[in-house]
Design a protein around this ligand. Sequence first.
Ligand code: UDP
Ligand code: MG
Length: 319
Amino acid sequence: MKNNILYLVVPCYNEEEVLKETTKRLKEKFNKLIKNKIISNKSKVMYVNDGSKDKTWDLIQEIHEKETLFTGITLSRNRGHQNALLAGLMTAKKYADVVISMDADLQDDINAIDEMLEKYQQGCDIVYGVRSARKTDTFFKRFTAEGFYKFMKFLGVDCVYNHADYRLTSKRVLDEFENYKEVNLFLRGMFPLVGFKSDVVYYERAERFAGESKYPLKKMLNFAWDGITSFSVKPLRFICTLGFLILLVSIGIMIYSLVRHLQGNTVSGWTFLSISIWFIGGLQMISVGIIGEYIGKMYNETKHRPRFIVSENLEEKNG
Ligand code: UDP
Ligand code: MG
């Protein structure tokens, strides 16, 4: 059996309405897991207060005093879901062997934890929670979210389809993850970069049982845009392609203009102007695209992402 101190990291922003119920349900779950010796009795739930404006932090402190199973950290101000989550993961890994991240509203089915732990015991270092159906989401949310995952794939980003931030990670993954120093966080796209053995677990997503979504449309769009621009330089490359297309069109225009010119039914100067506009347009766009190519390279360099991660070294094993 692997070491099995589990920490459940739960970011909370203005979640006073859900915390009590969440605590109750998680307590039941943890007690069961500890009783069945699936996880160690040192396991904990770690709430991360993301600079809430309501009583969330007071509540977390209260719960912590009453129950040793629950602990918490608080951020100095609101930094957004992804930053709060990262703060939680990096803190939890100091005490845990394995960490699961989950939202405070329990929309993610907590019964999937068992299956995640099973896969962890079988040797997986990352287990992604994947929504099997989106019955409870509105048509709009489902359509935009699924479209987004498909678009990310088209842009060449290695994203797990329909996976949000419900995921199990082992301590060694988190240790490696610490070396990803970028500040524009899109965690669900970054974990696949780390590698190691991974698997998925399917679950059905429920509705939020109290309170309101802390992800209004504007935040969601920002997040999606961050995901695209933090992971793909294809939009830059697209400029170059467009430039070449326009240059091709300009050849067509050239032929067309010359034919019209020879037929004699054009105003004087028209041929020269129409050819110039298209040709220079294409040339300019290609130039911008080439500059974009270099910017794309610089952008990847500035991220300082690790170039490789060794997962096993036989030399050390034989010691
Ligand atoms: N959250 C956070 N900081 C924020 C916004 C949200 O920590 O600035 C947390 C929130 O408390 C919840 C999770 O992120 O635990 C997901 O938010 P929510 O359930 O509102 O998003 P939705 O499920 O509607 O996409
Ligand atoms: Mg939610």
